[in-house]
Structure formats: C-alpha cells, structure tokens
Design a protein around this ligand. Structure first.
Ligand code: GLU
Length: 498
C-alpha cells in the first residue's frame, strides 16, 4: 500500500504557521514511507475563500521548502484538487446517504434554529433537536413542493459511542450523545467541510489523516460517514496543537502567526522548519538542531508529543542563530542576507522614499532602518503625545480592528483608518494618531512618508508592531477593553480621552 497523506488548508486568511507545521509532518511522514504528499484546497466556504489567500499558501510553504507531489498548482492523477471544482461529487454522495437513509433533509429555518438555541439555553442541552429527522415521506414532499429550502443532515447514532484508534493519541472514545446531527450540505447546495473532506480523502485514497488535534471533535462525524458509505477509514493521527507562551491556542491577536512574518523578519527557512518539527517531535539523543533529512530517516510516530507545544520565539531565535553560526559558511552568509531583502528589487522600492531625505549616502539607513530591523527601540518619550499611554493603546487597538475587519492592510487603508480613528477619538490626526504610528511602526518621531512605507513593511510586521506598542504602553485590561469596545461600537470614544 502506498502511503498517501494530505494537508487540506482553507484559503480564508494569512498563511498560518500551523499550516506549515502540519504540512511538514505530512511531508516527512510521506517521504519516510516513500509515499505521496498531497495539497488540497478546501474552499467550500465561498464567502471567506480568496484566490490571493490560496496563492499565499503556495508561496509561504514554498518559502519553507515544503513541496507537494499533487495539488491544484502541480496537478496529479486524483484531481481536481480544489474543492470548488468538485461540487458534483459532493451532491452525488449526499444523495447516496439520503437514499441509504443515513442522512435527512432538514427544513428548519433560521428562526427555528434560533428557537432551538433558546430552548437549549434553558435546558442546558446543545445542538440540533433533530425535529426533521423523522419527517414522513409525505411531509417532506409537502415542504419541498412549498419550495422550503433545506439542508442535509447526517444521522448520528442515537446511542452507544464512537471508538477509533488514533496512531498518536491511542484509543479514542466519544459517546454519540455528545455529537450533533451535522449539516453535510448547506441550503445553497454547497457541502460543509465534513462531507467534502471525507469524500475527497476517500477518492484521493488518503491512507493517513495527519492533522491538528483541534479537529478531534469532528472525527466521530467522519468515522460514522465512512461507516455509512461502507468505506475503509484512513488512520487518524492527531498532532498536538501549537500553543502561545500563555499556554493557549496561537492567535494572531496576540502573536504573529503568519509564515510571512517570519520570512520578513529574516529567519532562515531551514531554521524555522527545524523549530516547527521540534514542536511536535523529539529526536533520539535529544537532538535539537538537525537537517530535515535526519527526521525523515528516523521518523517514528511514537516520538510525536501528545500534548500542546509552546511556540516560543526565544527558542526560534536560538535555533536560527545556531544555523547562522554553524550551518551557513561565512562566504555564503552575505548572499543569504541578500536573498532575504538586501536585494535590488527590495532596495528599488525604498529609493523613492529615501531620495529627497538624505544629504549623503551615509544617511540612507538612518531614514529606512525600520524596514530592516526587528526590534525597534521604543522609549516612553517616543510615544509622548497629548493623550495618555492608555488612550494610545486604544488607538492602536482601534486601528487593528479596522484593518482586520476590512482585511486590507495597504498604506491607503491605514491612512483612511487613521483618519476615522482620529475622528472617533476627537483627537488631532497629525499630532496624535500619526505621531503614534511613526513611533510604533518606525520607532521614530518622523520619517519617510508613513503610508507608502507601510506597503513595503508589509501587513505582518505592521500588525506585530501595533501589538508590541500596545504592550509597551501597558496594555488594556479586560475590564477597560469591554468599556472601550462599547464606546468604539457606538462610534464615539471622546469620553475616553481626558
Ligand atoms: N480544511 C481543514 C483546515 O482548514 C482541514 C482539516 C483536516 O485536515 O481535516 O485545516
């Protein structure tokens, strides 16, 4: 049997370090077993999926030197590899489940579901109350004739428990009573993750599903789907989650989670990859620095950790330094730094910003150092404006919210957002908001045109610096945050500025 594994990212946001982490373990498992590693794009969420996010998945994984044998961009014998191009298949298999009596049409409206949620709140129960599960043929015909839209729901056994062997976690047991009658097809005819994922894993002959353990709550639904279809399930291997230093799930609201952030800060892809493998695996002889080939050779699922691994950038820094000292010959170092962003392409972007601001070439880095250094030297004086540090925090937070909401991080978007923020807070745009932005993003009181610079600095470093500034200015307590949020939603934060 040829080992076939896959990652199945959804192109709904920035390329997450967790995607690289899972891709790596899938890739090294495949290579260890002389198998195939597949990249499938799960873009069934039409509202949130975007082509540029898909492109960024390819770009960021390629930066990590992660390569796949089959995928939307490279093709392969089991295509198409993008779920939006496989709709007919899901419709067909949903119908098969209906025909077998393993799924049912649910005609509940949004109001019905709200009513169920309300009743659940009172009774302490959760999930769908299965009121459409036993509709008669006649009732179904009537509702269909009346043109009531429906979803297709999975019939979960009403008693007993789901048991499966996880190659990492061991035997997993889950009472069926805890599992909801999952929607498989939405009323717009699009499948949900669960149906599409199972159909594709089966048709693509995936032998091992290696994914993060946040998916474990979905696995019983997948196990029963395999059973209903009469298909052999793959071996499940649920990897420990990446955690922030606070022990909680990594979140972009607290730490940089985009792979591009690490690229832009000048980490070496081989060190980054080494660090990521170390998160989930312990090498024999406690080795911490090793080339990817070594872990491919010795890979043993028993050495995968069972609990979360802390994504600790201090450790990443140390590993990166070890690579710089020990793995890159001195004569190659300059060429690696050039590959990063000391290259013509990057420099040419900067020239228009710098040209009229330097008296000598010696002033060049004075003007644009913030595009090259990771740790800006923040001082309280730098951030001093008419508003208190606390209000400074609110202003940064408001900018972050606005940029996240619009999902556009261009200089132009930041310009627009900064003006709106000034208005909502009733503060001077230039003297307060712009000053805070110069301090946060450049570590300077003034510099080259801010918004043009942001386009070069990039979204991920911009976000990280705004977050760092909030932390530097003392942060926002939970209580203050909720009060601030209220004012912000009401569109008036003037009362916060004293
Ligand atoms: N589309 C899911 C994701 O975004 C795939 C999870 C899985 O591997 O089953 O990660």
């Amino acid at each position: 049997m040829t080992v076939r594994v896959r990652i199945a990212p959804s192109p709904t946001g920035d390329p997450h370090v967790g995607t690289a982490y899972m891709a790596l373990f899938n890739m090294l498992f495949a290579h260890h077993h002389d198998g195939k590693f597949i990249l499938r794009i799960e873009d069934t969420d039409q509202k949130r999926s975007r082509p540029e996010y898909e492109e960024n998945i390819y770009k960021s994984l390629s930066w990590c030197n992660i390569h796949w044998d089959e995928g939307p961009d490279v093709g392969g014998p089991y295509g198409p590899y993008r779920q939006s191009e496989r709709s007919d298949l899901y419709t067909k298999y949903a119908q098969e489940l209906l025909d077998k009596g393993k799924a049912y049409k649910c005609f509940c409206t949004a109001e019905d579901l709200e009513e169920i949620r309300e009743a659940n709140r009172e009774s302490g129960r959760s999930g769908y109350d299965r009121r459409c599960r036993d509709l008669t043929e006649e009732q179904i015909r009537e509702k269909e004739a009346a043109g009531i839209p429906y979803t297709i729901r999975l019939k979960i056994p009403l008693e007993g428990e789901c048991v499966y062997e996880d190659a990492i976690k061991g035997r997993v047991t889950c009472p069926w009573a805890d599992v909801d009658d999952q929607i498989l097809m939405k009323s717009d005819g699009f499948p949900t993750y669960h149906l599409a994922n199972i159909v594709d894993d089966h048709l693509m002959e995936i032998t091992h599903v290696i994914r993060g353990d946040e998916w474990m709550s979905s696995t019983p639904k997948h196990v029963i789907l395999y059973e209903h279809f009469g298909w052999k399930p793959p071996t499940f291997m649920h990897m420990p989650l990446l955690l922030g230093t606070d022990g909680k799930k990594l979140s972009k609201r607290k730490n940089p989670t985009s792979i591009f952030y690490y690229r832009d800060c000048g980490y070496l892809p081989e060190a980054f990859v080494n660090f990521l493998t170390l998160m989930g695996y312990s090498m024999t002889e406690d080795r911490e620095i090793y080339p990817i080939e070594d872990i491919i050779n010795e890979f043993d699922a028993k050495r995968i950790g069972t609990s979360g691994a802390v994504f600790d950038t201090t450790k990443l820094d140390w590993i990166n330094q070890q690579y710089i000292i020990n793995s890159i010959p001195e004569k190659s170092l300059w060429s690696r730094i050039k590959d990063w962003q000391m290259n013509d392409e990057f420099m040419e972007k900067i020239i228009p910003l710098v040209r009229k601001r330097i008296k000598t070439f010696g002033d060049f880095f004075d003007v644009c150092d913030f595009l090259f250094i990771n740790n800006l030297r923040y001082t309280p004086e730098l951030f001093a404006t008419k508003v208190s540090p606390q209000v400074g925090c609110y202003i940064y937070q408001a900018l972050l919210w606005m940029l996240e909401e619009n999902e556009v991080w261009s200089g132009e978007a930041l310009n627009e957002a900064s003006r709106q923020v000034a208005e909502v807070f009733g503060v001077n745009h230039k003297k307060v908001v712009m000053k805070l932005l110069f301090a946060s993003l450049m570590g300077k009181q003034q510099g080259p045109p801010l918004f043009d610079s942001i386009d070069i600095l990039g979204k991920d470093r911009t976000r990280a610096r705004l977050l760092n500034s909030i932390e530097f200015l003392g942060g926002i307590s939970k209580k203050k945050m909720s009060a601030f949020q209220k004012c912000w939603n009401a569109g008036d934060c003037k009362s916060l500025v004293e």
